[in-house]
Design a protein around this ligand. Structure first.
Ligand code: NAP
Length: 398
């Protein structure tokens, strides 16, 4: 565990080292975990739990997810069920990982089969916090807990296999057994979290819905499009507009922010770029803050969840989604994006690190800015470190 204070808030985070294998076994050794749903989260979390030695069964309706679960080695009638009720009856922990609209639809079956003392586990506060819309109100005789990985289930699995971990939040909503917290934390570590920070179901859903509609996915796409369109309207080529909008961001600058923060990225750019960014960011902040306030308000009032439940419950949702995604793909910005990605040196035949290239991994990303472009950050950073060392040595001599 680590405790730190930032902005007058003291937080304690739980780390993997707090739950070594022996302790995980003590807490989870007698549990049977039923993973309900085999989408990206169900798949990632169940496979990680299984690899961590936890007894897991999977339940999902027959169809695409069910077939994938079979391919992953879950055995029909033994560890794989298409009857959600049967899996819930067999379980001491029920990880409810259907889509949020699916959770609403299947709740009567789950509720009817929950055993006294079971832990009902969510990866999102959605169903519980907006229970007026979802109808999900757990009985008093179960624990209700949450572990919400801060990323896609695909990343949950990928990082686990790489020996790394994705950060997640945890919360206890109802403690019937007196063991809710230790069960929650042990499960959080066993699904592959790197570290866990504490939240509530309400805070989790409000921040998560704001984040994904905002900077993580919605706002960033809106900003990219706006800049791309302005550049194109002023006669810049698709390559130029894409490189200055997306490619340089994802390949050069964002990995630098991830590595050592915003100031480090700024410090390692040209003085021209620094000056411009530091002068202009406030204008973008002022322009977008009212939009974020509107977004947060709509999330809190339940408008967003109502829209999601309505749209995602429609039988033709996936067909409509494919149409929308095809339109994004067909957009000029992403057409040139495909070409630019394919032109990356590491994707060329005979490239030195084709594995990293195929995945677009951090290794491939990190090596890019050093070789090309005007913001040759790592090289510049190394030069700065050398200069500092030389100065120190000179001082000592003096
Ligand atoms: N994805 C993320 O990045 C992420 C991150 C953190 C937390 N979460 C949360 O984790 C939970 C699971 O998310 P997810 O992204 O894994 O969901 P998902 O990929 O949409 O998976 C949905 C699963 O639910 C099944 N399903 C959907 N509707 C159903 C219905 N009406 N009846 C029965 N089964 C149904 C699907 O089966 P079929 O294949 O048969 O449709 C599939 O197995 C959600 O609460 C989500 O908010 C997600």
């Amino acid at each position: 565990m680590k405790t730190f204070t930032v902005g007058n808030v003291t937080e304690t985070v739980v780390e993997r080292t707090d739950f070594p294998p022996k302790k995980l076994k003590e807490i989870l050794g007698r549990e049977t975990v039923a993973i309900i749903g085999y989408g990206v989260q169900g798949r990632g979390q169940s496979l990680n739990l299984r690899d961590n030695g936890v007894k897991v069964i999977v339940a999902v309706r027959k169809g695409k997810s069910y077939d994938l679960a079979k391919q992953d080695g879950w055995e029909p009638g033994v560890t794989l069920f298409d009857d959600l009720g049967e899996a819930v009856r067999r379980a001491t922990v029920v990880q409810y990982l259907l889509s949020d609209a699916g959770q609403k639809a299947s709740w009567p079956v789950i509720k009817a089969n929950l055993q006294e003392g079971a832990a009902l586990y969510f990866s999102h506060g959605f169903s519980i916090v907006f229970s007026e819309q979802t109808g999900v109100v757990p009985p008093r005789n179960v624990d209700v807990i949450l572990v919400a990985p801060k990323g896609s289930g695909t990343t949950v699995r990928r990082l686990f296999l790489e020996g790394r971990g994705i950060n997640g939040s945890f919360a206890v909503h109802q403690d019937f057994t007196g063991r809710a917290r230790e069960r929650c934390l042990a499960l959080g570590i066993a699904i592959g979290s790197g570290f866990l920070f504490e939240t509530t179901f309400e805070k989790e859903v409000l921040s998560d819905l704001t984040g994904e509609r905002g900077v993580l996915m919605g706002a960033i796409y809106g900003l990219w499009r706006a800049q791309y369109e302005v550049l194109r309207a002023h006669g810049h080529s698709p390559s130029e507009a894409f490189n200055e909008t997306v490619e340089e961001a994802t390949q050069s600058l964002y990995p630098l922010i991830a590595e050592k923060g915003m100031d480090w990225m700024y410090a390692n750019c040209s003085t021209t770029a620094q000056r411009g960014a530091l002068d202009w960011f406030k204008k973008f902040e002022e322009a977008s803050k009212p939009v974020f306030e509107e977004l947060y308000r709509k999330v809190k009032q339940g408008e967003e969840t109502a829209r999601v439940l309505d749209a995602n419950s429609r039988p033709d949702y996936h067909q409509q989604l494919q149409k929308e995604l095809a339109a994004v793909d067909a957009d000029e910005m992403w057409q040139i994006g495909k070409i630019v990605r394919e032109l990356r040196p590491e994707r060329q035949p005979g490239a030195k690190n084709p594995k990293a290239a195929a995945k677009g991994s951090a290794t491939a990303k990190k090596s890019t800015p050093a070789r090309k472009g005007r913001k040759q950050a790592p090289r510049k950073a190394a030069a700065q470190t050398r200069k500092k060392k030389a100065k120190k040595a000179a001082k000592k001599k003096r």
